[in-house]
Each structure stands twice: as C-alpha cells, then as structure tokens.
Design a binder for this molecule. Sequence first.
Ligand SMILES: *Cc1c(COP(=O)(O)O)cnc(C)c1O
Length: 387
Amino acid sequence: METIFLSPPHMGGTEETYIQKAFDTNWIAPLGANVDQFEHKMKHYTNAANVLALNSGTAAIHLALVTLGVTTGDSVFCSTLTFAASANPISYVSAKPVFIDSDERSWNMCPIALEQAFKDAAAQNKLPKAVIVVHILGLVADMEKIQAICAKYNVPIIEDAAESLGSTYKGQMTGTFGEMGIYSFNGNKIITTSGGGMLVSKSAKTREQAFHLATQAKEDAAYYLHEKIGYNYRLSNVLAGIGIGQMEVLDQHVAKRQAIFERYSIAFSDIQGMSMMPILPDTRPNCWLSAVRIDSNEFEIATSDLVRILASHHIEARMMWYPLHAQPSFKETICYQAGTENFSERLFREVLCLPSGSAMTQTQQEYVIHTLLSSLNKERMGKYATN
Ligand SMILES: *Cc1c(COP(=O)(O)O)cnc(C)c1O
C-alpha cells in the first residue's frame, strides 16, 4: 500500500516547460528570466512592495536580520511554537532569541505575552532589534494586536510566512504586514521549487541591500571589491522555473487544502475531546497543514503513539513542533507566557498534524479519518475498561 504523506510536493504539470526554457536559453547558471518572472508573479500574488527570490526561507530570515543590523549581543523576540529555522538565523548573527508563547485563540504568538516581554525589555532599557512573528500551519497570527504593540515600541516585524503563502488577514496577504516577510518553497510547503525562498520588504532600499548581500556583496568596481561579508543566497534560474509553474496552481492548492481542513472538521466535529486548529476572526488560512488537538483529559493516548499507529497503517502524521525554548539547541533562553501554563507545551503534547497534501484524494482522506478514529476509539474503550 502507498504511504499517505503529510505534505508531499504536488506538481501542476507546466513546471518542466519553464525548466526546459532555462535549458533552451542556456540560462542554467544563477539568475535569468525565470527568476525575474517568478519574482514578478509572487509580487503580483502577494501585493508585496518588493520581492527577492532566494535559495531558502532560512536565508531570507538571515538576510532580514542582517539588513536590520541585528548583531552580537542584540535580542530578537520570536514565536516559540515553530520550526527551528524561524529562530536559527538569530544565532547566525550572534544575537539572542527571547521566545514568546502561543495563545489559545490563534496557536500563534500571544499578544499578552509579547506585551509583557516588551515591558520587561523596556524596563531594562534593552529593546529587541526585531520581532519574528510566525504563521504556523498557515494559521494567521493576531497581526493587528501584534503590530500595535511593536509600533508602540518602534520595533520592526519580520513575518515568517514560510507556511502561510496565500493566507490572509482582512484580505491582506500574510508576509506583507511586517517591515519584511519571508516565504519558503521547500519540498513540503504549499508550493515548492524543491528548495527556495523569498524575502519581501516594504522598503526598496532593503531589497537592494539584501540583493547585494545575497550575491556575495560584490561592489561595482573593475576588480573584485567587497566592503561587506556577503552570502551566496540567490535562487537558481532552473528552480525558479518550477516556481513559475507552481504559481499557476497555487490558488488550486490553497482551495484543496482548505477543503481537506473542512472534511476533517466535519468528521471530528461531534467527538468529545477532539478539536481542530482554531481560525481567528477576519482571517483566511491556507490550511497548509490540518492539525487536530486531542484533549489529554479525554484520551490517554499520547500523540507520539498515534503517530506510530498511523505509520503502521501507512499514514504519515506528525506531532506538533517541540517548542524552541525547550530545545537543547536554544538552552538558557526564556519564554514569555500569559498565564501559569505554557500553552505551546500543551499544544506540543496534544496536537497531531494530519496528511494535508493537495494531491490527497477524498478516499485517502476517509481512510485517514477512519484509521485515526478507530485508534482513538480503542483507546477510549480501554480507558473506560480500566476505570
Ligand atoms: C520551512 C520553514 C522555514 C524554512 O524554510 P526553508 O526554505 O526550508 O529554509 C522557516 N520557518 C518556518 C515556519 C518553516 O516552516
């Protein structure tokens, strides 16, 4: 039996045409017409003021921090419930992350915890250089409140929209609220170039600086002159060809994933102890991954066991990220939270990410639903039997 993957690549069909174009024109080596066209399409789709195609989303976050001048000894606030790549670049520039908990309404950065972190930082006269706000699973963070707080302290926002391309808040694309935003086209994302990313910025000057740094910081001189340390971060023209093709099916992918979310929601709607990820008012998530929360008061089974059981039935499910403040790689960092309980740690324990790929068939999804429910049912019966 074929494995049903969590979020596999899904080609639309025209990608190879654009790759072929790169070959036909012999524009294999970096940059070229595909990169320009991919940037143009992304700019049009997101309505971002400036876009820059890069070879990963991680590189985009790194360049965002570098262009903001974040350096040794600085601090950067960052969501704690996210993939490590959101915060690793903070370490690349020798700054220190301060993590912010999630809230129950959005599963994303908690505005109350953020405000508290700012108050403490202001009292110590050490404001962060930036705030990295992540839109996990394609869910939209509470941008209005977060923006108001950051504006009060005059600290720029970097939006990590790696997973949320196509998600909107009051009709505006995630990634375009902050001073800068980033997208990822890694293999598991809603569209992919096999590997790639995009930096978007409000300021044209920022784009120019990031472009310079991404192309080895070569100065405009007759010889190889460098005034700064540069990086080799641009997207290849061949891979940008995949991106152009994927842009043609992006809306379809979003619609497919939203429909998948709807079907899971309906299937689990009247089961006590199961609840789907929350959707904030005024937001329209792309539903990159559908995740369900399994209340540990109702079911004794651990999400790690469910992952194992589903795998034995050829279904790839995943646990929620292990919060970054708890990671060995980020030891001795702190995490601000609103109440007595760290909510990201609860989500880590209770949330299961389910297959959500845009190529998944309805029959496959029904099989996933059936397998999960029967695993949980056995668990519930077992619990009552032992009580
Ligand atoms: C995938 C991802 C990244 C990193 O993107 P890459 O293109 O893989 O470097 C960053 N942040 C989040 C939240 C992601 O999911």
